[in-house]
Design a protein around this ligand. Structure first.
Ligand code: SAM
Length: 238
């Protein structure tokens, strides 16, 4: 891991980078490398890009969205743990759930979280099924999701899991704003309303456009949603 780049990046984002935090980031990179040798966990990036694209991009939400101490959050389609793990390393006070449809990724995450001495719930499930499970439905203060689906589809994957008054945060690139218009009706149907998009700057990457699109949950999600697994992406609400 390029430790200096991560320290500089966290400092520029005004985020903490004490010894414990840096140790956990180093451990996480090591465990990722270990698993990546025999499974296809993340695209292999050069060291600088990995810090910027994974760690700092995930962490940048903490500069843009106020997340109260002890809040609950679920990372929907977390894959190898992004954005969830970097957020948890920086905010171990959060009650984090990492959800993914792929079992091998969940096994990796269980191992990684325990080796770093952190606590998170790891759930192997489709978001559509989780959204209908009474133990998870409307239970979270925040839902996060990066690189999983278009904004319209994401509303159906994320909003059923968020309590009224909570927020769903989607990580998007430059095309995020185009997706926003077509997702407004989906958000409305699911009980959400869009807030102003937030643009986040990744240190050393002035040419990257990274947007956080936040939906606030203003009323309960009707029982009809989410539809059965696979339907949100096959027939997006429009
Ligand atoms: N969020 C991670 C990131 O930014 O690196 C992983 C992105 S990866 C492209 C998409 C992940 O979403 C995969 O691990 C996949 O299994 C998961 N996924 C896709 N659809 C899902 C669904 N309906 N429910 C749960 N997980 C889903």
């Amino acid at each position: 891991m390029n430790k200096d780049r991560l320290v500089q990046g966290l400092k520029q984002l005004n985020l903490p980078c004490d010894e414990q935090i840096m140790l956990r980031f180093e451990q996480f990179h090591e465990i990722l490398d270990e698993y990546n040798r025999h499974m296809d966990l993340t695209a292999v990036l050069d060291e600088d890009e990995r810090v910027d694209r994974h760690d700092l991009d995930s962490a940048a939400v903490l500069t843009a969205v106020t997340i109260p101490n002890g809040a609950s959050a679920i990372d929907v389609g977390t894959g190898a743990g992004f954005p969830g793990i970097p957020i948890l390393i920086l905010r171990p006070d959060l009650h984090l759930t990492l959800l993914d449809a792929q079992q091998k990724r969940c096994l990796f995450l269980k191992n990684a979280v325990s080796r770093m001495g952190l606590h998170a719930e790891i759930i192997h499930a489709r978001a559509e099924d989780a959204g209908r499970n009474p133990q998870l439905r409307e239970q979270f203060d925040f839902a996060f999701s990066r690189a999983v689906a278009s904004m319209g589809v994401l509303q159906e994957l994320m909003l059923p899991l968020v309590r009224i008054g909570g927020k769903a945060v989607a990580w998007k690139g430059p095309k995020g704003l185009e997706e926003l218009d077509s997702a407004k009706r989906a958000a409305f149907l699911l009980g959400g309303t869009f807030m102003e998009p937030v643009s986040v700057e990744i240190p050393e990457r002035p040419d990257w456009t990274h947007l956080l699109l936040v939906t606030e949950k203003v009323k309960g999600t009707p029982k009809a949603y989410p539809r059965k697994a696979g339907t949100p992406s096959k027939k997006p609400l429009a």
